[in-house]
Ligand binder design. Sequence first.
Ligand code: ATP
Ligand code: MG
Length: 872
Amino acid sequence: MDSGLIRRTFLKFFEKKGHLIVPSAPLVLKNDPTLLFTNSGMVQFKDYFLGNATPKSKRIADTQKCLRVSGKHNDLEEVGIDTYHHTMFEMLGNWSFGDYFKKDAIAWAWELLTEEYKLPKDRLYVTVFEGDTKENLPFDQDAYNFWKQHIDEDRILRGNKKDNFWEMGDQGPCGPCSEIHIDLRSEEEVKKLPGKELVNQSHPQVIEIWNNVFMEFNRKADGSLEKLPAQHVDTGMGFERLCMAIQKKTSNYDTDVFSPLLDFIGQAAGVKYKQDEKTDIAMRVMADHVRAVAFAICDGQLPSNTGAGYVIRRILRRAVRYGFTFLNFKEPFMYKLVPVLGNQMKEVFPELEAQKDYVGKVIFEEETSFLRTLEKGLKRIEVIQAELKGKVISGPMAFELYDTFGFPLDLTSLIARERGFSVDEDGFKAEMEKQKTRSKADAAKETGDWVLTGDDEKTEFIGYEHLESPVKIVKYRKIKQKNKELYQLVLDKTPFYAESGGQVGDTGYLSSNGEKISIIDTKKENELIIHFTEKLPADLGKPFQAVVDRSKRQLTMNNHSATHLLHAALRQVLGKHVEQKGSLVNDKVLRFDFSHFAAMTPEEILKVEDIVNSKIREDIHLDEKRNVPIEQAKSLGAMALFGEKYGDFVRVITFDPKFSVELCGGTHVSATGHIGLFKIVSESSVAAGVRRIEAITAEGAEAYVRAELGVLDEVRNLLKNPKDLVASIKSLSEEKHALEKKLEAINAERANQIKDELVRKASKTNGHTLILEKVSVPSADALKNIAYALRNQFDDLLMILAADVDSKPQVAVMIGEKLMQSNKFHAGNLVKELAKEIEGGGGGQPFFATAGGKNLNGLNAVIEKAKQLISQ
Ligand code: ATP
Ligand code: MG
């Protein structure tokens, strides 16, 4: 069975069992403060378990792109070293939301594996939760009994809390689980040691393939467990591991999921897979990491210096340095894997194939800059090596290489070893710990449990129509962020728009009988709308009037609607390849990132501005449609963004059906005329293939234009109101240029005179021509010219000048060619000594050196000191 068929078989099997098949959610999470990436199939259904939303079917199945590279589930360091953990992997899953439970889940898992996939029964083991006395959790007798109906009892093993109690994060839904393991070793080896001894022992061929979680609890902030309102099933099967088992391989990398990538890498590197453990690991790392990086970029996450972007950057760098170190890839290479991967995955995840040029460019650019850093790091190692006293690179030095240049310890050790050095690894680890403690303290955030104060129904959002409304507080919790205590409130209904789709959250207040509570921000946590306050009202149960800051909201709406007009105008002017890659809309500015490969020309920018402003003057009325079926919305011309999660029904915002149709949840002006004026203030690059426009509208644009005109007025005044301002500035600059030329000629003439004077004052001493004088010269250049002219005249010259250069002290020493050969004097050393008298420093060549200083009064002392030095 090839991997495509294996995947289809899974989905078809559960479809037959009454499951709705849904698409994978994006890898990168937007509205979840507890997670950066989807790390398991259940993440997109979290709200169903917690009761914040209702599933559209009680039975759902899918294949989900997962990433385990940060937070509670982090496998990054294993990846490539072992053969069954990946950064990005697919998790096949089936779910029951308050529907079937352990009995069916277990029976179906068994049926699928042994009857559809025909995995050998005598190689399968299952585990059940043994219970935990500390948490007062019982042995999972039910799961045990159900398994007994399918499998020999000696193949049912008991597992502890670590392996058999699944938790998504430190808080949230969790429950006992039952894993299925398979033994893929040879007959011979199985005879020597039964597989059950190796289950959960990190043996590469006795591995877990499927986990069936029975969600029963919610883990609260204080660590205690509370029963969920209903019981659910949440299962996850590693697709790549399943392929290995079905295709009778002993490594995920030997399946058809990875072989095209490994072949490509091997060919490019001129290396065969399975010849050398070191190059094997490097090949596996590259084949694995390109998947995580490419799909994350596809889903809208550019590599960057913070948060999720930084995680992606680190994964790519890990791959690049493995390639650099072990496969001799000194030029960007990972980007070449993108089309191979896109083609291979297009049946399930067409988003990569559709964006492969863009994704490839981003990766290429990232690789190029990292390879440059690597080179700089190698130079730094040279310096470290030169300064090194012994043969050991210290912990702090190794850490600097890691932190500043992205050199992981193993790379530093490798380079050090090649050069006969070693690295203080314990010292490095100590530095690393220090940094971890620092960043932990920075990121520390405590979240309390929700406290109910009313009926916990889903909040109704009424902010499209209303900016004020009577409301009730439904629940609240306390959070601590960067040592600041805040409260989060959930209301029964709310006019406050929660930050999303690039638009900032509303601010405003709740009031009741003279009590006023400021709402400082509004955010989403998945489906939940959360209002942030610094204090709680005295009586939480009473009715409040919720009031949104009207002016801020209106300015924000202007900018949001203008963003839509801008998007449409860009596609008209630049072409249909322009796609939104990110946006930020607040009351001051709008920022729009889009795919386009070159900087915009001034003419293009003007054209875009013109189009937007003409659409503003047309005063087009907003056409807002809610609950439009997604397919219908697309047929109207609305574009779905990659990496964005849409429901089956969407909101469509149209300003002229022939001009701008967008899927959007944001707030908009009722007619474009409100925007007043649109002005682009900058156009720049954010990443390879992504441009950024910043623009302002309405009052902001007016103020901007006024300020610019103000500057112009000031210039006009300074120039005494000329008729033609531009011509007047031009002639001013030409005049300046001519004057500079004249001055230069005068200075040269003056320098010549000074030189002649110095020649007259020259004396023959100890067999050479000595010129030791205090002079006043117009520029440092003049001083240098004088020195060289004198050198040309006397080959036995010893010139020491203490100069006043435009009121700054300088010392210059010049030694003639013949005198140089006698090695009697060294200009650099003389200058160093003399410069002390003017509180300065400097240097140069052995025959010519200069120094500047601070103390103009020291020039006489320079002459005295020079006399002493020469006579010595
Ligand atoms: P392991 O102990 O092997 O790391 P896990 O207990 O972390 O697995 P679960 O969280 O139960 O795994 O995830 C469900 C399934 O997803 C596993 O049974 C496995 O098949 C697969 N899986 C988990 N982590 C990875 C990974 N990093 N790469 C590939 N597949 C994985
Ligand atoms: Mg794991």
